[in-house]
Write a protein that binds this ligand. Structure first.
Ligand SMILES: C[S@@+](CC[C@H](N)C(=O)[O-])C[C@H]1O[C@@H](n2cnc3c(N)ncnc32)[C@H](O)[C@@H]1O
Length: 225
């Protein structure tokens, strides 16, 4: 785990979080379309705004059963390349089945921990939808993605946060607890802050669902870093 806190207690906590994530997402893999359908237009709009071109190399982390593959594959065409990573073996099996059913030869699904794996690359675009805030160490995951991007490469993020204003904030402790139970959500993960700390140019695109979902477009500088 290069660059990650290697104290035994930190490593053991990291491993526990990863194991819990694997268990939960294996379980939800059979119910995914039902539970995540509401996010479909938000994901598509984000992908449309990343400037993906035919022939591009795209990385997706936390791809789940491959809900983003259609729009990404449509944008890159047959000449491009999509590498999709997920830690849950059952999600990877579902994503692989989707690729096989469509006969896509330029889409590869890999089972790996996106924070620590060698992500390959370089990629023109990376996509992380409903994934970063589940990771035990979002800063390292983002650094890993940044390093896998071409200079000038773009990352698109869709993620969740508690209510930011108004009386609904009273529900935040319940919302956080639910997301932890349901998704292994990491209440300490400041995704927008971590994106801003790692990437060179960061644009908040939109918020949705009463401010609880947001999208970000972040760019790796085209020059030396
Ligand atoms: C909420 S689902 C999101 C799936 C899809 N991106 C979407 O927008 O619906 C989160 C996914 O992240 C994956 N995941 C969690 N921790 C991961 C890690 N450390 N590395 C790679 N994938 C991870 C889970 O297995 C799960 O499939």
């Amino acid at each position: 785990m290069t660059g990650i806190d290697r104290r035994p207690e930190a490593e053991s906590e990291y491993a526990d979080r990863l194991r819990r994530s694997e268990r939960l997402w294996n379980r939800w893999s059979d119910w995914y379309r039902l539970s995540e359908r509401d996010f479909e237009p938000i994901r598509r709009e984000l992908i449309d705004r990343l400037g993906i071109e035919r022939g591009d190399a795209v990385l997706e982390i936390g791809c789940g059963p491959g809900v983003n593959f259609e729009p990404i594959r449509a944008a890159i065409g047959e000449e491009g390349r999509l590498v999709a990573i997920d830690y849950s073996p059952d999600m990877v099996a579902k994503a692989t089945a989707r690729v096989d059913e469509r006969g896509w030869e330029n889409v590869t699904v890999v089972r790996a921990d996106a924070t620590t794996a060698d992500l390959g690359g370089p990629y023109d675009v990376a996509v992380a939808t409903l994934c970063l805030s589940l990771l035990p160490d979002v800063g390292h995951a983002l650094r890993n993605v940044y390093d896998a991007l071409e200079p000038g490469g773009v990352l698109g993020v869709l993620d969740l946060q508690p209510f930011q204003s108004g009386p609904a904030r009273v529900l935040n402790p319940l919302v956080c607890r639910f997301l932890w139970w349901y998704a292994n959500w990491n209440p300490d993960a400041d995704v927008p802050g971590a994106v801003a700390a790692v990437f060179d140019d960061v644009e908040r695109l939109d918020t949705h669902l009463y401010g609880t979902a947001y999208t970000i477009r972040a760019t790796r500088s085209a020059g030396p870093t």
